[in-house]
Design a protein around this ligand. Structure first.
Ligand code: SF4
Length: 179
């Protein structure tokens, strides 16, 4: 399976808790005003790489504690992202996805799209909703605008409603003290 890729950052400390491998997918249909990554919007841009190649890149990073799926819109390539997220979970890595969709929209999509369902169920954390320039706030943890929510993906799915992540630092502690 292939991924249309905008870019990679193989060691990042700004795209979620702890040191993370960040996959920037190519293609986004949200077109938020003020988007910092407009070069990722064209679904035909970027480069095509295989899921297996991305797994090898992940394996090569020994210091990472998590994978971040960013973009672009990762849910436009949900099936491939689901495979990578499952792979990451198998390696005990924390998984976080940025998406311009709201959690409620993703729940509806997941009823007819198995890729969306599988990707959602392989995530620990979601930052949801489009970037809204009028609500931009540079003091927010891991988010660009106030409408975006930092969600506990596991609790949100279990309860069928958006559940906020209570303490982003808690994840770091758990990650750094795991066996
Ligand atoms: S969802 Fe993200 S990548 Fe897509 S337009 Fe909005 S800010 Fe840009």
């Amino acid at each position: 399976m292939d991924v249309q890729l905008a870019g990679l950052v193989e060691e990042s400390v700004v795209d979620g808790p702890g040191m993370r491998f960040v996959i920037f997918t190519q293609g986004c249909e949200h077109h938020c005003v003020g988007c910092h990554n407009p070069q990722t919007h064209d679904p035909n841009g970027g480069e095509s790489v295989s899921v297996d190649w991305l797994k090898e890149r992940i394996d090569a990073q020994k210091l990472i504690r998590g994978i971040t799926f960013s973009g672009g819109e990762p849910f436009m390539q949900a099936e491939a992202m689901a495979e990578l997220a499952r792979y990451a979970k198998g390696k005990k890595l924390h998984t976080l996805a940025y998406t311009g969709y709201t959690f409620e929209e993703l729940l509806v999509m997941s009823k007819t799209d198995n890729g969306v369902r599988d990707f959602l169920s392989s995530l620990d954390m979601i930052v949801d909703g489009p970037f809204v320039l009028a609500e931009r706030d540079i003091t927010l943890k891991f988010r660009g605008s106030k409408n975006q929510r930092l969600l506990d993906a596991v609790k949100s799915l279990a309860q069928g409603k958006a559940v906020l992540w209570e303490d982003p630092n808690e994840v770091m502690l758990r990650q750094f003290h795991r066996d």
